[in-house]
Design a protein around this ligand. Structure first.
Ligand code: HEM
Length: 381
């Protein structure tokens, strides 16, 4: 993926591209262009979380229930929907979750710490954020398997196009069931808080409520799991990095930022639609076009970063775009950063002998949306 994107960035930084549905889109790969586009008010959302502008055929009620969350809409609806949940993700509120997240990480490490080969992705990197987001939202532990299968199809986007409508329908059905059980029996969780906004304050429609839960469930786990997985690979691949973090855990925040730049969990995940003709590079992108923004490509732009192809855990200047930029800047960034720091600090402290399994060769998932590994085989002793 990196070399293909580098080729675009060098030869055709603003490139016309055939979309999965046959239309022409435009791909931006330079850091300056991607950053500018993320905050360009002439480039808007078009109402569906549809990677690469791919629009599966959906019954209208399902479409409505997936398409009305902050990530899929523009101001003023965006402002209202984001404000409703923003408090739950503030740095202060997230800081208070640190002990709970540490306990979850330690429990998973207890199970990992046994002889033989383990898949660090399946046994640690995925369960950690799934447990955290499920606890925040109030998803019962026994239900997590139900939505995980659908969620992983949805975030694969066009690569699993035929399975996509079924997965989206299953996910919305699950969330509607969750909402009705929380209506009957509210808890101290974000879904119950959103229900009281809807029922008491009337500041949210039913579709917006379901759609917001849908977004939070999807946005919060695959991305973070890939940050942990991609980071663990980078640390284990070179023992000096692993021992460096172990000797000086205070360096972790900087290391996490470099993982976010170097192997960004979102690659072509985000797109916009041009409301008028817009000029990028020496191209005019016509009104109505879909514009794809490659965060992964932007992060290897030599115009922005010194030695962009090198993973440098001590990199000083790192204005990466892994969490986006502008009004849609990732709401969960403080949570994702905290989970990754805890994940790495507990792994190096508790499993100093963790190593890549002998002969392990990384394979990257075929997904246009996410940048993550198929598996990460390790041994712990
Ligand atoms: C938005 C990346 C974790 C919730 C975004 C965007 C990016 C992103 C690139 C902007 C997309 C755009 O402009 O179209 C990531 C990465 C993560 C991560 C790389 C982990 C490493 C999380 C978590 C949550 C979350 C843990 C919380 C549950 C959201 C939400 C938005 C968003 C709600 C929409 C914000 C808006 O439209 O105003 N994320 N994210 N993300 N993210 Fe994250």
């Amino acid at each position: 993926m990196h070399s293909e994107l580098a080729d675009y960035r060098q030869r055709r930084p603003v490139a016309p591209l055939r979309l999965p549905d046959g239309r022409t889109g435009w791909l931006l790969t330079r850091h300056d262009d991607v950053r500018r586009a993320l905050a360009d008010p002439r480039l808007v959302k078009d109402g569906l979380l549809s990677p690469l502008g791919f629009r599966p055929q959906l019954p209208p009620d399902i479409y409505a229930a997936t398409a009305q969350n902050m990530l899929a809409v523009d101001p003023p609806n965006h402002t209202r929907l984001r404000r409703l949940v923003q408090g739950a993700f503030s740095a202060r509120r997230i800081g208070r979750l640190t002990p709970a997240v540490t306990t979850i990480a330690d429990r998973l490490i207890d199970e990992l710490d046994t002889p033989g080969t383990h898949d660090l992705l399946a046994e640690f990197a995925f369960p950690l954020p799934i447990t955290v987001i499920s606890e925040l939202l109030g998803v019962p532990a026994g239900d997590r398997g139900i939505f995980m299968g659908s969620a992983s199809i949805i975030v694969s986007g066009p690569n699993r196009g035929r399975e996509l409508p079924g997965a989206m329908i299953a996910m919305i059905d699950y969330i509607r069931g969750l909402v009705s059980s929380k209506r009957r029996q509210p808890g101290d969780d974000l879904v119950s808080a959103l229900i009281s906004e809807r029922d008491g304050g009337d500041r949210l429609t039913e579709d917006e409520l379901v759609s917001t839960v849908y977004l939070l469930l999807l946005a919060g786990y695959d991305t973070t799991a890939n940050l942990i997985g991609n980071g663990a690979l980078l640390l284990l691949d070179d023992r000096t990095r692993w021992s460096g973090v172990r000797a000086d855990p205070d360096r972790l925040p900087q290391v996490v930022e470099e993982v976010l730049r170097y192997e960004s969990p979102v690659q072509l995940g985000t797109h916009r639609v041009a409301t008028e003709d817009v000029e990028y590079g020496d191209q005019v992108i016509p009104a109505g076009s879909t514009v794809l923004l490659s965060i992964l490509a932007a992060h290897r732009d030599a115009g922005q970063y010194t030695a962009p192809e090198a993973f440098d855990p001590a990199r000083e200047r790192n204005p990466h775009l892994a969490f986006g930029h502008g009004i849609h800047h990732c709401l969960g960034a403080p949570l994702a950063r905290m989970e990754a720091r805890i994940a790495f600090s507990r792994l190096v402290a508790r499993l100093p002998e963790l190593r890549l399994a002998e002969g392990f060769a990384p394979r990257w998932r075929r997904s246009a949306l996410m940048h993550g590994l198929e598996e990460l085989l390790v041994t712990t002793s």
